[in-house]
Design a protein around this ligand. Structure first.
Ligand code: PMP
Ligand code: GLN
Length: 381
């Protein structure tokens, strides 16, 4: 049989899978794909055991169990001054990835334009393209990765259906400030543009800075989907659980898709997470926990030939290796795995036209011993 033409002919396997596989093959220290190499809190695991033995093993409600939706809306409204309602404005998803895919697929049609800031996490553009939409790419420039709002104003057209933002930002580790959100609010005022705000790293913001969720801005929140991930917050990326909030009218369309691409998500895990979330410290303590890891990693590599400014958020640090070699970042990253035993992510894979700024991304969600072993390699480069 002749295969039909691919809907995504230019796509291969994600860089995360590629790099983790190579890391495994070459027994390299893996600071590439973003996941912790330490265990989640035993209290959370006990809650899971309890939930699995509590007869909550059949389908959950389509939007997720009500008690968890209540807890999450309460948490969001308390943190960001928003007004999300558990009955209508929230749905539990199979990770943020499914939330993002569902929000895009519920709205983006052929010829619609979606503004995406590069470097960008890699699941946005394929979803847009699958539905015939056109990603309109705006490149943020290394090393500061600021959004040029004048460029955004120039790129908004009558075809703009959606703008996707991500703060704290993967891969740059930068965060959007109040003035950025205000600018966005001005630009979309009077339009029908939907905002998709990917906030999976909401609790990973350092140096006493604040997370500017779109939920803090009523005029943005009224047109926004916001996506979150328990994988990031509770060190359980393998659970693939997250959620999405938006006003009722937007969520109604979201749920029309959600009910047919997954229907509902893991029931006992929802019960366990709801119990665990009752202690605020379980998420409010995260910034301090990861800031210590960032600071340890940066102090260990401060005399290396990498140059960097401390990550403001996420569990990623980007650094320039311009003082080490002129190689392409993809070549250098490969050589680092094969010859030096260290896996990282070359940032060009997230950039428009694979723009190469000699930057690598390092994940510091690792045990102290892993960070020390990685630093030893980095310091010899
Ligand atoms: N958005 C960003 C910016 C991410 O880094 C990730 C990676 N986990 C996701 C979304 C997807 O989250 P999940 O693993 O919950 O699907
Ligand atoms: N979010 C993770 C990262 O940026 C990867 C998730 C995945 O492998 N799909 O590394």
């Amino acid at each position: 049989m002749k295969l039909p033409t691919s809907k995504l002919p230019h796509l291969g396997t994600t860089i995360f899978t590629k790099m983790s596989k190579l890391a495994h093959e070459h027994k390299a220290i893996n600071l590439s794909q973003g996941f912790p190499d330490f265990s989640p809190d035993p209290i959370l695991l006990e809650e899971v055991t309890r939930a699995i033995h509590s007869a909550k093993n059949q389908y959950a409600p389509l939007q997720g169990i009500f008690s968890l939706r209540q807890t999450l809306c309460y948490k969001l409204n308390k943190l960001y001054g928003s007004n999300y309602q558990p009955e209508t404005d929230i749905t539990l998803t199979a990770g943020a990835t499914q939330a993002i895919f569902t929000a895009i697929s519920a709205f983006v049609k052929a010829e619609d334009e979606v503004i995406v800031f590069k470097p960008a996490y890699d699941c946005y553009e394929p979803a847009i393209e699958l539905y015939g939409g056109k990603p309109v790419l705006i490149q943020m420039q290394a090393p500061n990765y600021q959004i040029d709002w004048e460029e955004v104003a120039a790129k908004i057209s009558s075809k703009t259906k959606m703008i996707i933002i991500n703060s704290p930002h993967n891969p740059s580790g930068k965060i959007l400030q109040q003035k950025d959100l205000e600018k966005l609010q001005q630009l979309v005022k009077g339009t029908n543009i939907i905002i998709l705000s990917d906030e999976v790293y909401e609790h990973l913001v350092y140096d006493n800075q604040k997370h500017f969720s779109v939920a803090r801005f009523p005029q943005l929140a009224e047109r926004s989907f916001i996506t979150y991930s328990f994988g990031k917050t509770f060190h359980v990326t393998g659970w693939k659980l997250g959620y999405c909030v938006a006003p009722k009218e937007l969520m109604t369309e979201f749920n029309k898709v959600h009910q047919y691409n997954v229907f509902c998500v893991n029931h006992p895990m929802q019960v366990a997470i709801n119990a665990y979330l009752q202690n605020e410290q379980h998420y409010l303590g995260l910034a301090e926990f990861y800031q210590q890891k960032r600071d340890l990693f940066l102090s260990l590599i401060k005399d290396s030939r990498l140059t960097f400014t401390p990550s403001q958020g996420t569990y990623f640090q980007t650094a320039s290796y311009k003082n080490i070699t002129q190689e392409k970042d993809t070549d250098f990253a490969l050589r680092l795995i094969k010859e030096k035993g260290l896996a990282t992510i070359p940032v060009s894979v997230f950039n428009k036209n694979q723009q190469d700024d000699s930057m690598l991304r390092f994940c510091f969600a690792k045990k102290e011993e892993t960070l020390k072993a990685a630093a030893e390699i980095i310091n010899k480069l």
